[in-house]
Design a protein. Structure first.
Length: 121
C-alpha cells in the first residue's frame, strides 16, 4: 500500500504532469494565483502559481485566490484522473469552493480547465 498523501498527488499532478502538457502549462502561465486545498482528513496545503511554475507548501493561508475543500480520497481520485471536478461537485464530494474574487476572471474554471487538460478530457 502506498504512503502517498493528497499533497504528494497534487505536487505530481501540477508540477510534473501539467508541465508535460503544453496546453496545461500555457494555462498555468495565464495567471499568478494561490490555491488553498483544504483536506479535513489530512493536512491542508497551498499551491502558488507564479509565471507558470507551481510551488507547494503545507498548511493554510488567510487569503487565497481559490479555495477548494474535499476529503483526501476525492482529491486523490481527481489527481489520478478517476473523477473530474464536475463529477465531484455533482456527487456532493466537493465540500466547498470559493474563488470568484474578480468576476471578470473566474478562478475556479481556470483550475478545473488545467485539471481537465492533464486528465486528457
Amino acid at each position: 500500500m502506498s504512503n502517498k498523501r493528497t499533497y504528494d498527488y497534487a505536487v505530481e499532478f501540477f508540477k510534473i504532469r501539467a508541465g508535460q502538457k503544453k496546453e496545461a502549462f500555457e494555462e498555468l502561465k495565464k495567471y499568478d494565483r494561490t490555491v488553498q486545498f483544504k483536506v479535513p482528513d489530512e493536512e491542508s496545503f497551498v499551491m502558488e502559481v507564479r509565471g507558470g511554475q507551481a510551488t507547494f507548501k503545507k498548511g493554510e493561508i488567510e487569503t487565497p485566490d481559490i479555495e477548494v475543500e474535499a476529503d483526501s480520497q476525492t482529491f486523490i481520485s481527481i489527481f489520478r484522473g478517476e473523477m473530474t471536478p464536475a463529477q465531484a461537485f455533482l456527487d456532493g464530494k466537493l465540500l466547498a469552493f470559493r474563488g470568484w474574487v474578480d468576476k471578470t476572471k473566474p478562478y475556479f474554471p481556470w483550475l478545473t480547465k488545467i485539471i481537465r487538460i492533464v486528465q486528457g478530457r
